[in-house]
Ligand binder design. Sequence first.
Ligand code: THU
Length: 130
Amino acid sequence: MTDDMDALVAAAAEASKNSYSPYSGFKVGAAALTESGDVYTGTNIENASYGATMCAERVAIFKAASDGMRRIVALAVYGGGADYAYPCGMCLQVLSEFAGDISVYVAGKAGVKRYALSELLPHPFDKSKL
Ligand code: THU
């Protein structure tokens, strides 16, 4: 376990405290490290129209992209209620747009596990398929 991983997981855990999740009660935080060394965090934001809910990972990724960042080099996800908080398929797809085969740290009350993005999303849809 590297310091970077610990710092990224800590940032994700901190972000989960801002979770707006009155419907599921499932508080998620994410932290994306960009190639410039910046850390962008996000939390899940739910809505009374459930389908309008946004996941923590995409909030973090979109914050980074909106600031002009185009390369994410590591991502951590923390879910307080889960043993390990795994990114959903849509978040993995969005992450793959801005990342190579990076480390994805999934964290929760059971600790932290590292995966390569290619393990979680072996066949991303990318521009080569368009
Ligand atoms: N959620 C995330 O924030 N990230 C994921 O990858 C999976 C699910 C959120 C969405 C919703 O607010 C709650 O967890 C339950 O699905």
